[in-house]
Design a protein around this ligand. Structure first.
Ligand code: ATP
Ligand code: MG
Length: 396
C-alpha cells in the first residue's frame, strides 16, 4: 500500500478565523465498520471551501461514500473531528455528535430518489415542509430552486413523468432548497447516459458558480473529476493519496497510484544525466542516440547520476512522425508502428520503441502512418514525471 500523500493536511485543530472560507473541515477521520478488518477510512483530513467543488475520487470500495456519510451524520467516525465553518459537528474525543437533521446538508445520490407520488413542486418543497417553514416561503423557495436547475414550468408534473436527467435536476433542487452549508453528491450522474452526463456536468459547474456553495462530490470517473473539480482528493484503501487541483494530480502525481489512476501514462526507460535539489532530473532515453528530457521526482535525494529510472510521459506529450532517414534527430527516439487503430478522433499506434518496450501512441487523424513503417517519436522536452523503479534488473 502506498503511504499518505505529502499534500494531505495532518492538523487536528479547528480551522482558525483566517481560514473562514472553509465550509467543512474533516480532521483525522477513521472509520472501521463493525465486523470489518480494515478501516474503510484512515486518518482522512480535508477542507472544503465555500464556492468550491471538492471531489473524492478513487476506485470502488476506497471509502468515498463512507466519508460522505460521516459528513452527513449517517455514520459515526471512530476517531477525528468534523467542523462546519467554525462550528463543531463531530468531536469524537468528547463524544460529541450532531444529529443529521441538525446539520443542514443537501444530498444527491446516484438513484434519483424523488418521491413518485408527488409532483415536482411537492418533491422540492418537502424538506421545507418537514422543517415547518411558512407556506409562502416554501412556495417562493421551491420556485427559485426549480428555476436554478432549469425546471421552471414543471411544478405540477408528477415525478415519474420526467426523464432521468430531469428527475436528477429535481433531486438537485430538493437538495438546494434549504440553502445547505454543503451539498453532498454521490455519483449523481452515473445513471445517466454519456451525453446527459456531459450536460449535467456543465449545469452543475454553472450552478455552483451562481450559488457559491461548497460541494463535496464523489465519483470514480476521472474525467468527471478532472473537469468539474476545483480540487480532487484521490483515495485508495481509505487513504488520501494526494489532494490538489486537477492539474497538479495530472502533471505532478505524488505516487504511482495517482499517476496510473488519473489519465494514461507511457513509461520509457532512461538514465539520469543530472538532477537538481528541487527534483528536476535530466534523463537520457534508453535506445535513442540523442534524446534527453526533463522529469520531476518526489525523492531527488535517493537518485544518483547514472541511475536507471522510468520516465512517465502523458500520451499527448508525444508526437509520432514517419521516419525520415536512419538516425532520429535530437529529442526523438525511433521505433516501428506495428499496428494502427483508427478510433475516430485519433489513430492509436502500437509502437515497438528502440531499446524500450511496446507503447501505445496517439497520432493525428489527418496524418495517418502506414502499419509496419518506421517512425520517430518526438517527446516534449520537459514536464514529465520520473520514477525510481530500476528497470535494468527486470526481465521484459
Ligand atoms: N455498511 C457497511 N458495513 C460494512 N462494511 C461496509 C459498509 N459500507 C461500506 N463498507 C466497506 O467499506 C469500504 C468502503 O466502502 P465505501 O462504500 O465507502 O466505498 P466507495 O469508495 O464509495 O465505493 P464505490 O465506488 O463502489 O461506491 C468497502 O470495503 C466496503 O465494503
Ligand atoms: Mg460509493
Amino acid at each position: 500500500m502506498t503511504s499518505a500523500a505529502p499534500h494531505s493536511a495532518p492538523s487536528a485543530q479547528a480551522p482558525n478565523s483566517e481560514m473562514s472560507k472553509v465550509a467543512v473541515s474533516l480532521r483525522g477521520l477513521w472509520k472501521t465498520y463493525p465486523g470489518g478488518t480494515n478501516p474503510a477510512v484512515r486518518n482522512l483530513s480535508i477542507d472544503i471551501n465555500d464556492g468550491e467543488i471538492l471531489t473524492l475520487l478513487g476506485p470502488s470500495g476506497c471509502g468515498k461514500t463512507t466519508t460522505l456519510r460521516m459528513v452527513a451524520g449517517l455514520e459515526h467516525p471512530d476517531a477525528g473531528d468534523i467542523f462546519f465553518g467554525e462550528q463543531s459537528v463531530v468531536m469524537t474525543s468528547k463524544r460529541m455528535f450532531m444529529a443529521p437533521d441538525k446539520r443542514n446538508v443537501g444530498m444527491v445520490f446516484q438513484s434519483y430518489a424523488i418521491w413518485p407520488h408527488m409532483t415536482v413542486a411537492e418533491n422540492v418543497a418537502f424538506p421545507l415542509k418537514a422543517r415547518r417553514f411558512p407556506k409562502s416561503e416554501i412556495k417562493e423557495r421551491a420556485r427559485k430552486a426549480l428555476d436554478l436547475v432549469g425546471l421552471s414550468g414543471f411544478e405540477d408534473r408528477p415525478g415519474p413523468l420526467l426523464s432521468g436527467g430531469q428527475q436528477q435536476r429535481v433531486a438537485f433542487a430538493r437538495a438546494l432548497v434549504t440553502e445547505p452549508r454543503v451539498l453532498l453528491l454521490d455519483e449523481p450522474f452515473s445513471n445517466l447516459d454519456a451525453k446527459l452526463r456531459e450536460q449535467m456536468r456543465i449545469s452543475v459547474k454553472l450552478l455552483q458558480k451562481r450559488l457559491n456553495i461548497a460541494m463535496l462530490f464523489v465519483t470514480h470517473d476521472q474525467i468527471e473529476a478532472l473537469s468539474l473539480s476545483n480540487r480532487i482528493a484521490l483515495m485508495n484503501f481509505g487513504v488520501v493519496q494526494q489532494q490538489g487541483d486537477p492539474r497538479l494530480l495530472y502533471e505532478e502525481p505524488a505516487n504511482e497510484f495517482v499517476r496510473d489512476f488519473v489519465g494514461r501514462t507511457l513509461l520509457f526507460k532512461g538514465k539520469v544525466q543530472s538532477g537538481n535539489p528541487s527534483g528536476q532530473l535530466a534523463i537520457a532515453l534508453e535506445g535513442a542516440p540523442d534524446c534527453v528530457v526533463f522529469g520531476r521526482t518526489y525523492n531527488p535525494d535517493s537518485i544518483k547520476t547514472g541511475a536507471a529510472v522510468y520516465i512517465g510521459v502523458r500520451p499527448e506529450d508525444v508526437e509520432i512522425l514517419p521516419a525520415n532517414g536512419s538516425t532520429p534527430p535530437a529529442g526523438m527516439i525511433g521505433g516501428k508502428a506495428q499496428a494502427a487503430l483508427f478510433v475516430g478522433e485519433r489513430i492509436e499506434y502500437q509502437v515497438d520503441v528502440d531499446g524500450q518496450s511496446t507503447v501505445l501512441i496517439y497520432g493525428e487523424r489527418h496524418r495517418p502512418i502506414d502499419e509496419g513503417s518506421k517512425v520517430w517519436l518526438k517527446l516534449r522536452a520537459d514536464g514529465h514525471s520520473a520514477w525510481t523503479s530500476d528497470w535494468s534488473h527486470k526481465q521484459e
